[in-house]
Design a protein around this ligand. Structure first.
Ligand code: 5AD
Ligand code: SF4
Length: 434
């Protein structure tokens, strides 16, 4: 019998998406049913992100909008979960007394029990050294790709980043439970598995490190594709690259967050590598995996970043020519080490630097995309184009988006596509007849 309906809205990274699927799994087990309409829900949860200013504001204002639904549905339970809950635990209920539940990222296991007791002003933001949600099956929203969380937390303490404070210490799931979850996902028809962790390649469980885990997952019969995100450059070692080379089903794409090209700024960011070492990481990847897509994250306007430091970032971009990049203005975050530093780059300078790297990256993305014209790429079809629903879309091994312009394919097909054009951010292609 149906226990009620739940609605979850998720902000932020893929880890949050995966966490929302774990929460949904817990609720489904208790016979709650998902709804896309908040107006008919008995439980509304907003899963928040605090990594940059903006995402956190949006999530909180969403909850204020849901408050009015309590007028027509007094039993409605409103919950704030995730990183903002963790960060703002002290003040959130004072400012928003209509919120019933405030749960940090390690407190989800108790949700079913909590909601039975119709809580008011319940807060649990304890961070755990052990919780990895082992044994809980996520209720997945996706069709082709299954997120599988393999580790949680972060011990790197980059000076700008709030994650070590909101998600706590690094801990890894057992190989056995990861392999079991992947087998179930394959059985359920998922073609692609994405291993997730804040620092996915810092994985360590007993004698297993990330490369050994990759082997165990790649050997599971029926796993067509494996991806992982996000790695830390420091842990991209030769062993990991060799395993990627040796297994066809491990996608040749590495997201390698640069953050800054200036060794001085990298040191102030507590990033542990220099510009030269970062370029060596890239050279190692290109050496062992010549077709590997490399994408990155870049922050501009970190405190103390001079025009000359910024030029170094441009220089690294020109040298690597990333396939794609996520680019941000530095955003001071509470509790972090960098918040103590004087934020001496003006807003105009930050905006100007951001515009410059965005423009540069656009050219580089176009350049990399054009390089694929005339090649045959293995593409996993995962949906339809928003502009034209008759056209299927998918991703290459190196994670480029392809729009199928000629030929038919079904969602879930892994097919060879001849790339015929690259007019913008995506590639055009047609089915390669064998
Ligand atoms: N300001 C701007 N960008 C940030 N990121 C993390 N913290 C901050 C911050 N305080 C970016 C980094 C990271 C990505 C997930 O978000 O580039 O890799
Ligand atoms: Fe944040 Fe650095 Fe950890 Fe990434 S590695 S989550 S940027 S502290």
């Amino acid at each position: 019998m149906e226990a009620g309906k739940y609605y979850i809205e998720t902000y932020g990274c893929q880890m949050n998406e995966a966490d929302s699927e774990i929460i949904a799994g817990l609720l489904e087990r208790e016979n709650y049913i998902a709804t896309c309409n908040p107006e008919e829900a008995n439980i509304i949860l907003v899963n928040t992100c605090s990594v940059r200013h903006g995402a956190d504001n949006r999530a909180i204002s969403r909850l204020s909008q849901f408050k009015s639904l309590k007028k027509t549905n007094p039993d409605l339970l409103l919950g704030l979960v995730g990183c903002v809950a963790q960060r703002d635990r002290g003040k959130i209920l004072k400012e928003k007394p209509f919120i019933d539940l405030v749960l940090g990222p390690d407190a989800y296991r108790q949700i079913p029990q909590l909601i039975m007791n119709k809580p008011h002003s319940f807060v649990d933001v304890n961070l755990s050294r052990r919780e990895v949600y082992d044994g809980l099956m996520p209720f997945r929203n996706s069709v082709v790709n299954a997120w599988v969380s393999i580790m949680r937390g972060c011990d790197k303490f980059c000076s700008y980043c709030i994650v070590p404070y909101t998600r706590g210490r690094e801990r890894s799931r057992s190989v056995k439970s990861i392999v079991e979850e992947v087998k179930i996902a394959v059985n359920d028809g998922y073609q692609e598995i994405t291993l997730l962790g804040q620092n996915v390649n810092s994985y360590r469980y007993k004698e297993y490190r990330f490369p050994e885990l990759l082997i165990q997952v790649a050997k599971i019969p029926g796993v067509k594709r494996i991806r992982f995100t996000s790695p830390h450059p420091e842990d991209v070692n030769a062993r990991m690259l060799e395993v990627m080379r040796d297994f066809d089903n491990i996608c040749k794409h590495i997201h390698l967050p640069l953050q800054s090209g200036s060794t001085k700024v990298l040191s102030a960011m507590n990033r542990s590598y220099t510009q030269k070492r970062y370029l060596d990481f890239v050279a190692n990847i290109r050496n062992l995996l010549p077709t590997c897509g490399i994408t990155t994250d870049i922050i501009v306007g970190f405190p103390g970043e001079t025009a000359a430091d910024f030029e170094e970032t441009l220089r690294v971009m020109d040298e690597v020519i990333f396939d794609n990049a996520y680019m941000f203005k530095y955003s001071p975050r509470p509790n972090t080490a960098a918040v103590q530093l004087t934020d001496n780059v003006t807003e105009e300078e930050k905006a100007e630097r951001l515009n410059r790297i965005i423009a540069k990256q656009k050219k580089h993305t176009t350049f990399r995309n054009r390089q694929t014209i005339g090649t045959v790429q293995s593409v996993l079809i995962d949906g339809s184009s928003k502009k034209n629903v008759d056209e299927k879309i998918g991703r290459t091994d190196s994670n480029k988006l392809v729009i199928l312009k000629e030929g038919n394919a079904d969602i879930g097909d892994l097919i060879d596509i001849l790339i015929t054009g690259a007019p913008g951010v995506s590639l055009f292609g047609k089915i390669q007849k064998s």
